[in-house]
Design a protein around this ligand. Structure first.
Ligand SMILES: Nc1ncnc2c1ncn2[C@@H]1O[C@H](COP(=O)(O)OP(=O)(O)OP(=O)(O)O)[C@@H](O)[C@H]1O
Ligand SMILES: [Mg+2]
Length: 265
């Protein structure tokens, strides 16, 4: 288990925002969270990223309770292990797309070949041609892809995405969906996505719904056949990826995915 939220409750004043909430995510898993406006979704992401301490409960990352960590360790966790994609992109207006992407790496502890990393990511995200433009000159979809590049430049283990397609048209939202699948397949990233977009919910391994502070897991009704086709397609895609990315992805999970596919066949 990579991240485990256990029996977490959160109050703002006398209001109970989260009530005994539990949620787990393993490597390479996608989790979708839905819930009405004000139901506490962003707060829950804040707790998972160590930005917000719950009033009750624990959050384990790789078996360690992050709530007990000092601020320095928490910010290192946020910087190295977590990527955050916001609903409104949150790009710095005076910086170019390229500068926005490398910005979090300036506080990285062991900077590597940044240009190479940006080149590789830009190819995956299809933003090579707009890297030197300012955010105001970019379309919504391009801005969101720059924001995603920034979120994953440090190759986090977990990507927390807060309504990442909330401001995008259907076509662009589908591109973001495909991109998320590639992040899982190529980097073995775990994704926690707050969303109301059906296509994004569909790619999730698990779907949770937040209401009156209570998080419940929804049963995903997915025909067996469709599951098989989807998984097979994603494995084929993985095979065509560059070797460096595959090595990073860790052979373990893709191997188990292939085995699972074989079993279905
Ligand atoms: N720092 C704070 N102090 C007091 N109340 C807060 C604070 N942060 C959030 N809240 C309240 O907690 C509730 C949950 O907020 P949160 O942002 O987590 O909701 P959400 O589900 O993400 O909503 P939305 O879909 O509109 O983004 C809201 O009613 C909000 O007003
Ligand atoms: Mg929110």
């Amino acid at each position: 288990m990579l991240l485990s939220v256990e029996n977490v409750s959160l109050f703002f004043g006398k209001r109970k925002i989260l009530d005994n909430v539990s949620l787990k995510i393993s490597e390479g898993e996608i989790v979708a969270i839905t819930g009405k406006s004000g139901s506490g979704k962003t707060s829950l992401l804040g707790i998972m990223s160590g930005l917000l301490d719950p009033d009750e409960g624990v959050v384990y990352y790789k078996g360690e309770n992050i709530i007990k960590w000092w601020d320095f360790k928490k910010s290192r966790y946020r910087n190295k292990e977590i990527g955050f994609v916001f609903q409104f992109f949150n790009l710095l207006p005076d910086l170019s797309a390229y500068e926005n992407i490398v910005y979090p790496s300036l506080v990285k502890f062991f900077p590597t070949d940044l240009k190479g990393e940006v080149r590789e990511l830009s190819k995956i995200l299809g933003i090579e041609h707009i890297l030197y433009q300012k955010p105001e000159t970019l379309s919504g979809g391009e801005r969101q892809r720059v924001a995603i590049a920034r979120a994953i430049i440090n190759r986090p283990k977990i990507l927390l995405a807060d309504e990442p397609t909330g401001n995008l048209d259907t076509g662009t939202a589908l591109e973001i969906k495909n991109l998320f699948l590639r992040l899982r397949d190529e980097f073995n990233m775990s994704l926690i996505i707050v969303t109301h977009d059906e296509p994004l919910i569909e790619i999730a391994d698990r779907h949770y719904h937040l209401e009156d502070g209570i998080l419940t897991e929804k049963i995903i009704k997915r025909p067996q056949r469709e599951n098989k086709t989807k998984r097979t397609a994603s494995v084929k895609k993985t095979k065509s990826l560059d070797k460096k990315a595959q090595a990073k992805a860790g052979s373990k999970s893709s191997a188990s995915r292939k085995t699972a596919d074989k079993k279905i066949k």
